[in-house]
Design a protein around this ligand. Structure first.
Ligand code: HEC
Ligand code: HEC
Length: 437
């Protein structure tokens, strides 16, 4: 979804308010609202949520569902790779951000501030402005550059007259359509419950089977993993945690914190060409990320650390889709502060690679220069990291696929998820310091 100033922000504001209130108390309820039911069947509510997630009739002209931009075929991202950001139900309109995967978002704790670490953590959207999956799921239906409905009442009327009406009343009762707000909340609840199901968090990548000792990595994948973890080489795991959580949940490849990694502006974004009504800033539009939501200049350009699960099939990369390939973004991590600045900012990542330069970051003053930007990786080592990232794609098939229940048994209560994540990062940081000193 979009920071589409005029329209989406009314929602963004209400979300922000809730967030700030939630934050004041600040014992992050570490995903209390996000206990994934990882049994490998869907509950009745989850099955309903799935039907709603893929129901195109709930958009303005019936052309778009959540699943249009979050397609299972591409790791719940946009299968249309011809634009860096997604088209709306109205195909002339585009969002300002690259569609992230909806997978594994069930593990993002409720948005909040971790005072111990001094970091904002969790939430939904790349700037965390929706505290939970439920709040997130209410937004796209009414976003003019997404599903484009005029009001909640319009969405509910469509649902009531559509193919999922009886499934909806079967789960929420015959009276549910009597009150639009209640019904709308339940739409979001059903969708969120589906997003917490095993279908969006299957843990069936080659790497998962490797962790269980059921398959070996190739030599380049193995080397890539070591480089990914090594604080003196790739240092990727400092933010994209590769350890299981304390409760046994397999690694999520994010700690759900926020960072500015210095991605350049994407002049190829269709959003820049939208008229005033949708993009009042025109080509000078710039995405403030978390800093915009919190009105905190230090956090300008900070976006949520992406999970790297399914990364090989979820391109383009970065919040504005500026990177076309994994080779490019890995090279960027290694050489952002080494290569000269391109003379023009208005170039693609492919052009920048050919020219051997990087364009200026959107927010250079706030970008992270401690953990990335100048990494001692040669061209083979960068390749190994890309090979390793290829092991994170779900649905790995080999002869004896194990019972999914195995993980389900290990995943007990999510109470410690947030804590586990943050501890991991601290551990990584400590490790980095020890190695450095
Ligand atoms: C037009 C394409 C489009 C449609 C339709 C769409 N989304 Fe998204 N989705 C996005 C984009 C783009 C973002 C990131 C927006 C942002 O950060 O502002 C996003 C973000 C999300 C996130 C948060 C991911 C994260 O990393 O924080 C979830 C969950 C999600 N969408 C679920 C849904 C659901 C549920 C629906 C249907 C009700 C839906 N989306 C409809 C494009 C779309
Ligand atoms: C300091 C924390 C940090 C470190 C270290 C880090 N990343 Fe990231 N990574 C992020 C953040 C934050 C984003 C999202 C940035 C954005 O979109 O502006 C991201 C995004 C990505 C993406 C794009 C994800 C997508 O869905 O578009 C890839 C790929 C990636 N990182 C790989 C790596 C690799 C490989 C390394 C090590 C060489 C690494 N990262 C090191 C924080 C980090």
């Amino acid at each position: 979804m979009i920071n589409c100033k005029r329209f989406a922000e009314s929602l963004a504001f209400s979300v922000k308010f809730q967030t700030v209130i939630a934050t004041a108390a600040l014992s992050i309820s570490a995903g209390a609202a996000s206990q994934p039911a990882l049994a490998n069947t869907l509950t009745q509510e989850q099955a309903l949520g799935k039907a709603l997630f893929f129901d195109k009739s709930l958009s303005a002209t019936g052309q778009q569902a959540c699943g249009s931009c979050h397609s299972a075929s591409t790791g719940f991202t946009d299968p249309d790779k011809s634009h860096p950001t997604s088209k709306g139900d109205n195909p002339l309109l585009f969002g300002n951000r690259n569609t992230p995967t909806a997978m594994y978002q069930a593990y993002s704790p409720e948005f909040g501030y971790d005072a111990t670490e001094g970091l904002w953590v969790g939430g939904q959207f790349l700037d965390g402005r929706a505290a939970t999956l439920e709040i997130q799921a209410m937004a796209p239906f009414l976003n003019p550059v997404e599903m484009g409905n005029a009001s909640k009442a319009v969405v509910i009327a469509k649902l009531q007259n559509g193919i999922n009406a009886s499934a909806f009343t079967a789960v929420y009762g015959a009276d549910i359509f009597n009150n639009v707000d209640n019904a709308y909340d339940k739409v979001a609840q059903a969708i969120a419950s589906y997003e917490r199901s095993y279908e969006l968090s299957p843990f069936t990548s080659k790497f998962d089977y490797y962790l269980k000792g059921e398959v070996k990595l190739t030599q380049s994948e193995q080397r890539g993993l070591a480089l990914f973890n090594d604080p003196m080489k790739g240092n990727c795991a400092a933010c994209h945690i590769s350890d299981p959580l304390d409760d046994g949940t397999p690694p999520l490849f994010t700690d759900f914190t926020y960072d500015n990694i210095g991605i350049p502006k994407n002049y190829g974004s269709d959003f820049l060409t939208l008229d005033d009504e949708f993009n009042p800033d025109g080509t000078s539009f710039i995405d403030y990320g978390l800093g915009g939501v919190l009105d905190d200049e230090d956090l300008y350009g900070a976006f949520k650390v992406s999970t790297l699960r399914n990364i090989a099939i979820t391109g383009a990369y970065g919040h504005n889709g500026w990177f076309d390939t994994l080779d490019q973004i890995v090279d960027f991590y290694a050489t952002r502060d080494v290569k000269p600045q391109c003379t023009s900012s208005n170039i693609s990542s492919t052009e920048a690679m050919l020219l051997g330069c990087w364009p200026k970051a959107e927010f250079p003053d706030q970008m992270n220069v401690d953990e990335l930007g100048n990494l001692p990786l040669n061209k083979w080592e960068k390749q190994y990291i890309v090979s390793f990232l290829g092991t994170l794609t779900d649905g790995y098939s080999f002869a004896a696929v194990p019972e999914p229940q195995t993980w389900a048994l290990m995943i007990v209560g999510l109470g410690g998820v947030g804590a586990g994540l943050r501890r991991s990062r601290r551990r990584q940081a400590k490790r980095a310091i020890q190695t450095a000193s």
